[in-house]
Ligand binder design. Sequence first.
Ligand code: AMP
Length: 115
Amino acid sequence: MSDTIFGKIISGEIPSEFIYEDEYCVVINDINPQAPVHVLIIPRQGISRLADAEDADQALLGHLMLVAGKVARQLGVEEAFRLIINNGAEAGQTVFHLHLHLIAGRKFAEGQMAG
Ligand code: AMP
């Protein structure tokens, strides 16, 4: 767990609706969605940044990807979605508890990495 807003959401200190949860992660709607579907896949374990993940986190990181596919199917967007991880403040990371953004439901510009 981490002492961030996501740590507090996971611990229940801040109430939030989980659209998916399992032993290893929770999925919530982003409070400031950038697309019709914008959810956050958050491991219960509080790794602060992807760059701080270790070899021992391999299974967890793979699990988060599998959950992304599962949640995309659950939300009916499995044909077109984008996953984004911001690593570091200069890359736009604002919450220092690892999370994957799953974004869908709008047209993505071809070849464009973000936005
Ligand atoms: P990042 O900028 O990659 O660290 O992403 C943090 C994301 O968390 C942003 O898209 C915020 O809109 C989102 N966010 C911040 N606080 C909350 C919250 N309480 N519930 C849901 N999403 C949040």
